[in-house]
Design a protein around this ligand. Structure first.
Ligand SMILES: [Zn+2]
Length: 348
């Protein structure tokens, strides 16, 4: 598509600004560009990342973040929380030092080290007690040993148990700066969930505990403070590198060219950023904070029948890269729709 984009730029330069510029913009074959972007996502996905493809390419996107400061129904009236059978999943020891303590749709991971536990994401307030605390106990881990809690982003399905863990066990909580600001701004929305402001993540920050380090990468897009991670785990004693994607759906204001086009660009740059870190660390495992996007729920069940075969989470470096290509292709298609809208408005 390079040649087409180049000719568009040339046309725009010749035509100058204003109506002529807009006319040159319309000369672009937006439909073809959108089709190409969607196709690149589908080609990258095949069957491995169908959940991600459906969520980001095919389902209608939300118009933007909910900015009302209302107490969520499941906090105001815990009896209204979704029934247990919709979210309960068995905890699992997935790698030698990485344990799944999440649910059917949302993930929480306990990374064990010689000097305590790093917990990644905390699911909802209504199921963090049973899934995280109960799950850890079931697997022989003591929740008192949690030292750090990393929150990929400040939505109720990931931050839900953070305040409880901070109050009960005195854990250190790490979150992106804009998301710390966000929870302070909406006290009702984060009632019972928001921890006291603690560690503000920066790009490349290392959280080290004992023999283990998690490196944090800023990947704004899903929320302005979304974090992704790279770290190593052990599979039967063999080191395996993991890339953890901290935000998936397009959740920011994205239904108008301004600021949507810019927001999608931020999102795309973030995917490139974490993809590059995944490549340079040799990541062969892709984890997401939603078990629907990395198939954690199914893969945990496959672990039991693994025998001497490949670890079900180890998909290889190429597939890890393809995950981020799916996200980029879908975001580019959505961004192109806004560019088309913008060009058409300029024509009127
Ligand atoms: Zn979210």
């Amino acid at each position: 598509m390079k040649s087409r984009s180049a000719s568009v730029v040339a046309l725009a330069l010749v035509a100058g600004l204003g109506v002529n510029g807009a006319f040159a913009q319309l000369k672009r074959d937006f439909e073809a560009e959108i089709r190409d972007a969607l196709q690149s996502a589908k080609t990258a996905s095949e069957f491995e990342f169908l959940g991600t493809l459906v969520r980001t390419c095919l389902l209608p996107q939300s118009g933007g973040e909910d900015t009302r400061d209302n107490v969520p129904g499941y906090v105001a009236n815990p009896a209204s929380a979704p029934p247990r059978d919709t979210w309960y999943a068995e905890p699992a020891r997935v790698f030698d030092n990485l344990y799944f303590v999440g649910g059917k749709i949302h993930s929480s991971w306990a990374l064990t080290t010689r000097e305590g536990i790093i917990l990644i994401d905390t699911i909802y307030p209504y199921n963090s007690e049973e899934l995280i605390i109960g799950g850890m106990r079931k697997l022989g881990l003591d929740p008192k040993n949690i030292r750090y809690v990393l929150i990929s982003h400040a939505h109720g399905d990931h931050i839900g148990g953070a305040a409880m863990l901070q109050t009960r066990y005195g854990v250190r909580v790490v979150m992106g700066g804009p998301d710390w600001d966000w929870v302070a701004k909406y006290p009702n929305r984060y009632k019972t969930m928001a921890p006291k402001r603690d560690i503000v993540a920066s790009d490349g920050m290392k959280i080290t505990l004992g023999d283990t380090t998690v490196t944090i990468w800023l990947t704004p897009g899903h929320t302005p403070g979304t974090l992704s991670y790279t770290f190593a785990v052990l599979d039967r004693g063999k080191p395996v590198n993991v890339a953890y994607s901290g935000g998936t759906a397009f959740n920011f204001v994205n239904n108008t060219p301004d600021p949507g086009i810019k927001n999608f660009q931020t999102y795309i740059e973030s995917q490139k950023h974490i993809a590059a870190k995944a490549a340079s660390t040799g990541a062969t495992v892709l984890l997401s904070n939603h078990s629907e996007f990395d198939n954690a729920f199914n893969k945990n069940r496959m672990l039991a029948g693994r025998g001497n075969g490949r670890h079900p989470y180890e998909i290889g470096a190429d597939w890890v890269q393809r995950y981020f290509q799916v996200m980029q292709g879908c975001a580019r298609a959505a961004q192109l729709r806004l560019e088309q809208q913008s060009a058409e408005t300029a024509m009127r």
